[in-house]
Ligand binder design. Structure first.
Ligand SMILES: [Zn+2]
Length: 64
């Protein structure tokens, strides 16, 4: 079973484990440097790898 990658909705790039990202209240990951149009408050921030490992609703296979 192949897992889909997560892409930034703003710049359309797939996240790299080292990318600095924010997680908003809608559980959407966004690049820290990309303009956010969703207006959702942020609940966490860190590298993509940190966020994926911290929250169980993300699949760890996203990091491969
Ligand atoms: Zn982006």
């Amino acid at each position: 079973m192949k897992k889909k990658k997560i892409y930034c909705p703003n710049c359309q790039k797939a996240y790299l484990p080292t990318d600095q990202v924010v997680l908003n209240r809608a559980h959407t990951v966004l690049h820290m440097d990309c303009p956010d149009k969703s207006n959702q408050p942020y609940i966490d921030e860190g590298t993509f790898e940190e966020i994926v490992k911290k929250y169980s609703f993300f699949d760890n296979r996203l990091l491969k």
